[in-house]
Design a protein around this ligand. Structure first.
Ligand code: A2G
Length: 370
């Protein structure tokens, strides 16, 4: 899966399946996602908004129909809820656009699966955090997202990606890959192997708490990276969360950890300067403040007890996932070169270590914000 396929059907023709009125003017590559192939389709004339066209990666999402069904169920739920009790500020929910045959996805003759989602009008996203105010907005966005789905039962949505964020399962997969791979023991690989070995016995921390009933199963976003938060261009305020493929039953801790590991790494997860990666505590405070301004209503004492572990774990878990994918020959994440996943893993391991060095301060911050 190294390169996006070059044998696309005519993108304009696919986009036209979803265009209700108005001819497609252009379809261009959009965003920097690691899984699906994403395009922005613009429609001729000024009265039609552009929309997001995506080819769903069916090697990852093996049942794309379920992904789309989940999306329709929870976006409808949130829209109804907002209609009955509007928020005091702008908040948008992306819409699933239907084909001319009223279907929520389109299967091309080559078997590729496509869907279209509305683009949030007048909005933009950022790959890295600007400052603490930006961080607070990102936290507010995740809290609002969780809040708006908190009254929808997890049983309403299907598990569209089994094992997603179940760290012990990633570790088992890693062990299997290491056992059957002739690993090239470069210094970086040696470092990665030791890094994982030293944390293996701790990595079931959230799953154990879930099994013991200390952390409830809720609905989660699944991929709340900084660039999945949309900001209003005019006000600079967060107005939506996008990339909704992984909204499914899980722990909100996965999201909190994922949002912090993405948001508090000022040089970003794609940097090649992995030795200089660090976890920025002021941005962490901003995200947590913004998140808790909305989420404190539904978090329990036990939820707070596991926040530090969540922050440390999800950075480690992503490093483990990238490292495993590198060892397995880059079969899951899209890559630009053969060492891409190794570098990404080293970034996440460095971030994990920076979180570990700051454990006392981060725990004290969580305590203060409680
Ligand atoms: O890359 C993808 O979006 C992953 N999504 C997400 O889990 C995270 O790893 C991210 C890192 O940039 C899926 O695996 C579905």
């Amino acid at each position: 899966m190294s390169d996006p396929p070059t044998h696309y059907p005519s993108l304009i023709a696919v986009a036209e399946r979803f265009a209700s009125g108005g001819a497609i003017a252009a379809v261009e590559a959009f965003g920097s996602g690691n899984i699906n192939d994403t395009f922005l389709a613009t429609v001729e004339g000024t009265s039609h908004l552009p929309f997001v066209l995506q080819r769903i990666n069916t090697r990852v999402f093996r049942r794309p129909q379920l992904v789309m069904k989940n999306m329709s169920i929870f976006t409808r739920h949130v829209r109804d809820r907002l209609q009955h009790s509007p928020l005091s500020r702008r908040w948008e929910v992306p819409r699933v656009l239907l084909t001319t045959e009223e279907r929520d996805h389109w299967v091309e003759a080559d078997g590729s699966v496509w869907r279209a989602i509305s683009f949030i009008d007048g909005s933009e996203s950022f790959d890295a955090m600007h400052d603490v105010d930006h961080a607070t907005e990102v936290g507010y966005a995740l809290g609002t997202f969780h809040n708006l789905i908190s009254d929808l039962s997890p049983a309403q949505l299907a598990d569209t990606l089994e094992g997603f964020h179940i760290t012990p399962l990633y570790l088992q997969h890693y062990d299997r890959v290491v056992a059957k791979t002739a690993v090239n023991l470069s210094p970086e690989v040696r470092y990665g192997l030791e890094f994982v070995r030293d944390r293996a016995s701790w990595c079931a921390v959230l799953e154990t708490a879930k099994t013991q009933g200390k952390l409830p199963l809720r609905l989660m976003h699944g991929d709340p990276k900084v660039n999945n938060v949309m900001f209003d261009r005019a006000t600079g305020k967060a107005v939506s969360m996008i990339d909704l493929d992984t909204v499914k039953p899980g722990l909100v801790h996965y999201d909190i950890g994922d949002c912090l590991r993405s948001g508090c790494n000022p040089i970003g997860e794609e940097t090649e300067q992995w030795e200089t990666v660090y976890f920025e505590p002021d941005l962490c405070e901003g995200i947590l403040r913004g998140y808790l301004s909305v989420a404190q209503d539904f978090l329990t004492d036990s939820d707070y007890d596991y926040l530090f572990d969540a922050i440390r774990l999800i950075a480690f878990e992503l490093g483990l996932r990238f490292f495993t994918d590198y060892l397995a020959g880059n079969v899951y994440f899209k890559v630009k070169h053969p060492d891409h996943n190794l570098l990404r893993a080293l970034v996440q391991f460095q971030l994990t270590q920076s979180i570990e060095f700051q454990e006392t301060a981060i725990r004290a911050l969580i305590q203060d914000l409680r």
